[in-house]
Design a protein around this ligand. Structure first.
Ligand code: UD1
Length: 418
């Protein structure tokens, strides 16, 4: 196991490239199960979750090859079982449910376990697939699904669920007849999945709105598709410019998809502008406190909550964070407190009082975005921060130490017991 060692206090300056989006790549990889042909994907991030997914696709009967941010996947004789050993390391594995049912009428997917950021049930995925004609049983820790050919249905989600919308979208493209998904998630990653499926011959309208209409087709063909840039990785780098008083240029930053984040960062005193070369983020004045409530897209993303809290810890005045998507998503707070932050939690709300400085300390990463928040705090802290258990970070950020190091950060990876 590795840790990151960060000497704080360096102003970051330079250009950072943003990778392809993890959360767009994962459903698109699972969607390749639906194809009669080869998917050639570009801009695929080199991350642990991506390798886990390719391994799972291989177990399910797809031939996969991946190198240099490209992946080639060709479904062969498909098998219905997603084993616990793979599913337990990555909740998104449940996204094979819809494609397997649509393609072979059977799926045995280990129930994803509880997770550090809350219970995260999959009832909405199952309810929707049942409306399309699937039957489910739970046995020995597995969701066992079966169906004849799925049929179109009118599905209204209880809440806008990203994974639920993606699973149903993938199931509906090969179903018989028309499906209408209402109260659907509007996240850009859902839009990217719909675009990929359309490039393969699917008939989809309304992605990006809360009402998505899908007309089932009998088969989908292969295609070449480039994954959208990662808005959360980009947002984390914008925050890095803010917390270090730096000046960063992000050539392939998805600006519109980050508007809610950019609005808050500029509200805190950052200058963020679009230039012909990319998005430029600067901060040459003290940060000011601000209030943030996480919401489904286009609201402020829960996946940026921990990172913006690191900035609030050093901002003038008080800030309030309300987490309305996941319970237990304040695991970073006690670690930030070890660095001198003043944060109090009451239920779903955290009150942050800005302090003059943070002090480097050994801290422990608890989930992916919490880890990013600790790295940001470490970049700004006085002295040395050691972020332990960075395997969480490696699930979502490719070579973060190299990218931040290239713009001036004093950051290195070392074995945890070093
Ligand atoms: C996805 C993202 C994750 C992000 C989250 C919210 C991926 C791989 N992960 O996760 O990074 O933080 O969206 O933007 O894309 N819910 C239910 N029943 C269900 C499904 C969801 O109650 O069947 C609830 C969840 O507990 C949560 C809310 O709905 O409170 C939203 O969850 P959802 O949008 O489904 O998140 P994920 O798709 O798991």
């Amino acid at each position: 196991m590795d840790k990151l060692i960060i000497e704080g206090g360096v102003r970051l300056q330079g250009t950072i490239d943003v990778n392809g989006s993890k959360n767009a790549a994962l459903p698109i990889l699972f969607a390749t199960i639906l194809l009669d042909g080869t998917a050639r994907l570009e801009n695929v991030p080199d991350l642990r979750d991506i390798h886990t997914t390719l391994h799972l696709l291989d177990v399910l009967g797809c031939a996969c090859a991946c190198a240099a941010h490209r992946a080639e996947i060709r479904p062969g004789q498909l098998h219905p079982e997603a084993p616990y050993d793979l599913v337990k390391t990555m909740r998104a594995s449940v996204l094979c449910l819809g494609p397997l049912l649509a393609r072979i009428g059977q799926a045995r997917v280990a129930l994803p376990g509880g997770c550090a950021i809350g219970a995260r049930p999959v009832d909405q995925h199952l309810k929707g697939l049942e409306l399309m004609g699937a039957h489910f049983e739970l046995a020995e820790g597995y969701i066992m699904g079966s169906c004849r050919r799925l049929h179109g249905a009118h599905v209204t989600f209880d809440m806008p669920t990203v994974g639920g919308t993606e699973n149903l979208l993938m199931a509906a493209v090969l179903a018989e007849g028309e499906t209408l998904l209402e109260n659907a998630a509007r996240e850009p990653e859902v839009v990217d999945l719909a675009r990929f499926l359309r490039a393969c011959g699917a008939q989809i309208e309304g992605e990006g709105s809360s009402s998505i209409r899908i007309r089932g087709v009998s088969s989908l063909h292969g295609t070449t598709y480039s994954i959208m840039p990662d808005r959360i990785e980009a947002g984390t780098f914008l925050a890095a410019a803010g917390i270090t008083g730096g000046d960063l240029l992000l050539p392939n930053c998805p600006y519109e998809e980050l508007e809610a984040v950019i609005l808050k960062l500029t509200g805190m005193g950052m200058e963020i502008s679009r230039t012909p070369e990319g998005v430029r983020a600067r901060c040459d004045r003290p940060l000011r406190g601000i209030d943030v409530k996480t919401q489904p897209y286009p609201g402020f993303p829960t996946d940026m909550q921990a990172q913006i809290m690191a900035l609030m810890c050093l901002a003038e005045g008080a800030s309030m964070v309300e987490e309305s998507i996941f319970e237990n998503r304040f695991m970073h707070v006690q670690e930030l407190a070890r660095m001198g932050a003043d944060v109090r939690i009451s239920g779903h709300t955290a009150m942050v009082r800005g302090v003059d400085h943070l002090i480097g300390a050994p801290v422990m990463a608890s989930d992916l975005r919490a880890s990013a928040s600790l790295v940001l705090a470490g970049l700004a802290a006085r002295g040395t921060t050691q972020v332990q258990r960075i395997y969480h970070l490696d699930r979502g950020y490719e070579r973060i130490e190299d990218k931040l190091g290239a713009v001036g950060a004093r950051i290195r990876r070392a074995p945890e017991n070093a």
